[in-house]
Design a protein around this ligand. Structure first.
Ligand SMILES: Nc1nc2c(c(=O)[nH]1)N[C@H]1C(S)=C(S)[C@@H](COP(=O)(O)OP(=O)(O)OC[C@H]3O[C@@H](n4cnc5c(=O)[nH]c(N)nc54)[C@H](O)[C@@H]3O)O[C@H]1N2
Ligand SMILES: Nc1nc2c(c(=O)[nH]1)N[C@H]1C(S)=C(S)[C@@H](COP(=O)(O)OP(=O)(O)OC[C@H]3O[C@@H](n4cnc5c(=O)[nH]c(N)nc54)[C@H](O)[C@@H]3O)O[C@H]1N2
Ligand SMILES: [Mo]
Length: 701
């Protein structure tokens, strides 16, 4: 590929500015933005970056269209109509900041105190500066309640912590050395597309590629095999694989002996999962399961890419933990391309303490973000303490993404709730705000990024000046801190200072990750070998230093210390009455062209699309549904509608509603989260978006 000239900011036009894709995706691409006459005219992937490899995804190729969208918010807006009506009038920054500062300070001074202020943020941008620095300092210093940011990954994260010790796993760059690739609960081509070239290289080198997913996704379609497992039953499949591996002597006794804890106990547990039992639980035929186990057991370096889809079930933490045991049973961690990868995030050791200043916070309560509905509608926020009286939302769109949107909306409608939303667009959440503040995009601000799918740190330099009166999140919190009389000198740090503080890290993996190196190259590999084999000779980050099949920590938490199959909350066998009413499991994983709710309003990506519901021919037939029928999807929590597509790409009793739609683009003002619950996973207090029984029926026009 031709080299792209990278010029410095002082050179003549056109300039190429290096950046980072800010989105919540494992790929964290290195971008190059061409700027001509002050306007960004082109965005492309860095051809030299080992993961980005010069291409961007369907969505981020449209980043300029999104940035220059006619609906970009460019001035502060004050609500002038009823909540939810979307009626706003422009205001000055001075008016907005004065009013917000006065309202928040009044709450702090009231009997309920500062804990009745709740920040709400998630992955709109993944950069440290705009998501985890000045904002956190601000809320810490005001004494606001803390937010437990569980909405995506904590079940799996804790599952990994309990087993290998941290969110660390196999390096994708080793995948070409693999002789078997399992894409297990991951829609790679949609959600992690920059891993795909490595999957193809492994296959060129002779590897078989297998997808394990209740849906035959576009990824599964490209694999050599698709195993259409029943949702929420992955731990049983993994235990069944271990059963066969131990029974047939395919385990690596030396690795087990040296680097694991509880191998005998695991072997006894696996013995409880013979193929017949596993087939009954998982819906995977015995011979398919046994063949998978044999191939896994006899492979030299199988790469198991698990992703977050499988952990969105009641037993999701245990599912991840159980699968994470597999490479230690067969010793695949020893070799490049072998092991399991959920996330690479814990390899990055930025100086978060300096960034977020936890010392500024008094002891306060913590509210779980997936229970926002409950927090806003129950007087003691469901966790004790004062009611939530102010909500400050940034980098998130909870009206559409949080589970149980009907309860969330009842909360957002409260007249006594003061809501501030920092946004690029008038989202469903912004419609409920008292103040909407216009925020900059990644083209307009500084940032520095980790990745959860590779091992490169990336810098983002601003390419253009902020649109209209937009300000970076960091600046908005800086200004609010000043208005509210917060005087700690840390509120004066500018964005480049924040980046330098993040990089002020001592961990040996961070050596060489410096501001100068990032300014020069745009991205820097962590100080680890390439490919990286973190557990080739043990070195697990658990208390014992071993891969913990037996976990004393789980035992202390009152949980099963060994891997086990934990059924979903809405498991038909355990809840026959519920299943009689609602016999189908709804999966609402991402639509290829959307990034959670980001990009839904970009016309070239939404096109003429409408919410869809994929249903198996047998399930459709018995309900009189044909492709094109308008259907309702419903349970006791709520209802949404979509257009049916009858397809054998979903297994029987599973329906798929590609997500996450903006409520305002749906003809009934609802999306899949009308039906999802605020219940938590077994580990990590995570959401159970796909552990969701529903019924589907033909609906009137
Ligand atoms: N294009 C695009 N890319 C994205 C996103 C996006 O919205 N759009 N979102 C980003 C974010 S925030 C995240 S967290 C990741 C999400 O991406 P992934 O981690 O890949 O997660 P999901 O897409 O939620 O689910 C992946 C697959 O798991 C399957 N699945 C569901 N339940 C089960 C189960 O019980 N067992 C098994 N084996 N499979 C199951 C689903 O059918 C789906 O195909 O992607 C990121 N990348
Ligand atoms: N039913 C169902 N629900 C789900 C999921 C699912 O698969 N199914 N997935 C879940 C998952 S994995 C996740 S991670 C969450 C995602 O939930 P969120 O993190 O809320 O993600 P988005 O919906 O993309 O909303 C991010 C918002 O941040 C804004 N934003 C981006 N950059 C900036 C910035 O610099 N400043 C400010 N102020 N705003 C910015 C964007 O405009 C966008 O509106 O949703 C969860 N909800
Ligand atoms: Mo996510």
């Amino acid at each position: 590929m031709a080299a792209i000239p990278v010029l410095t900011a002082t050179d003549e036009n056109p300039r190429v500015i290096r950046g980072a894709c800010p989105h919540d995706c494992p790929d964290t691409c290195a971008t190059m933005v061409t700027v001509e006459g002050g306007r960004a005219t082109r965005i492309q992937g860095d051809p030299d970056h080992p993961f980005t490899q010069g291409f961007l995804c369907a969505k981020v190729n449209r980043y300029l269209e999104r940035t220059y969208h006619k609906d970009r918010l460019t001035v502060p807006l004050r609500r002038v109509g009823p909540k939810g009506s979307g009626q706003f009038a422009p205001a000055t920054w001075d008016e907005a900041l004065s009013d917000i500062a006065a309202r928040l300070n009044a709450i702090r001074a009231s009997d309920d105190g500062a804990e009745s202020i709740l920040p709400y943020s998630y992955g709109g941008t993944m950069g440290y500066v705009q998501s985890e620095s000045m904002d956190r300092r601000f809320f810490h210093a005001t004494g606001a309640s803390k937010l437990d940011r569980t909405i995506c990954a904590t079940a799996g994260m804790v599952g990994m912590q309990m087993t290998v010790g941290a969110s660390i796993g196999a390096d994708g760059e080793g995948m070409p050395h693999s002789d078997l690739v399992l894409l297990w609960g991951t829609n790679t081509l949609t959600a992690n597309p920059h891993l795909w070239p490595y999957v193809l290289k492994a296959r060129e080198n002779g590897a078989t590629v297998i997808a394990i997913d209740p849906i035959r996704t576009r990824t599964a379609d490209q694999c050599d095999e698709w195993i259409g497992i029943r949702p929420g039953t992955d731990a049983a499949l993994a235990l069944g694989m271990m059963h066969v591996i131990f029974a047939e002597g395919l385990q690596d006794d030396d690795y087990l002996e040296q680097y694991t804890l509880g191998a005998d106990a695991l072997r006894a547990r696996a013995a409880e999962y013979p193929p017949s039992r596993v087939a009954a639980i998982t819906g995977v035929a015995e011979e398919v399961m046994v063949s998978l186990a044999r191939r896994y057991g006899s492979a030299k370096a199988a790469f198991v890419r698990i992703n977050y889809g499988m952990q969105r079930h009641g037993g999701g933490g245990m599912a991840v933990r159980t699968i994470a045991c597999l490479p230690a049973v067969v010793g695949h961690w020893r070799r490049p391309g072998g092991g399991v990868q959920l996330s690479t995030s814990a390899n990055f050791q930025f100086n978060k303490t300096k960034l977020v200043r936890p010392d500024l916070s008094p002891p306060v309560r913590t509210i779980n973000m997936i229970r926002l509905g409950e927090a806003l509608t129950q007087p003691d926020a469901g966790v004790g303490g004062p009611p939530v009286k102010a909500l400050v939302v940034y980098n998130s769109n909870p009206a559409a993404v949080a589970p149980d949107t009907n309860e969330v909306r009842r909360g957002l409608m409260r007249d006594d709730l003061f809501t501030v939303v920092l946004e690029h667009f008038q989202t469903d959440t912004a419609d409920y705000a008292d103040w909407v503040l216009p925020a900059t995009t990644q083209l307009e601000h500084w940032d520095v990024h980790f990745s959860y799918g590779h091992l490169y740190a990336t810098l983002n330099q601003p390419a253009i000046t902020p649109m209209g009166e937009c300000k970076p999140n960091s600046e908005i919190f800086r200004l609010l801190a000043a208005r509210m009389g917060l005087t700690d000198p840390c509120f004066a740090d500018d964005d480049v200072t924040l980046i330098r503080q993040a990089l002020d890290a001592t961990h040996e993996r961070m050596q060489g990750v410096t501001f100068d190196a990032l300014m020069e190259h745009g991205w820097v590999r962590l100080n680890v070998p390439r490919p990286y084999t973190p557990f080739a000779t043990g070195g697990f980050l658990t208390p014992s230093g071993k891969c913990e099949f037996f976990s004393e920590r789980l035992q202390q938490m009152g949980l099963d210390p060994l891997p086990t199959f934990t059924p979903p909350h809405e498991y038909p066998e355990a809840a026959p009455e519920l299943a009689a009413k609602y016999p189908l499991t709804l999966i609402s994983s991402p639509r290829h062209q959307f990034l959670n709710t980001t990009f839904v309003n970009v016309e070239s990506l939404r096109r003429d699309a409408h919410p869809e519901v994929m249903i198996h021919p047998e399930d459709a037939l018995s309900r009189g549904i044909v492709s094109g029928s308008r259907v309702s999807v419903r349970n006791d929590r709520g209802t949404f509608h979509g257009v049916a597509r009858v397809t054998d790409a979903v297994r029987e009793t599973v329906v798929w509603a590609p997500s996450i739609w903006w409520l305002k683009y749906a003809d009934d003002g609802a999306n899949a989260n009308a039906t999802t619950s605020q219940r938590e996973t077994d580990l990590g207090h995570g959401p159970v978006f796909y552990d969701n029984l529903v019924e589907v029926a033909v609906a009137g026009a």
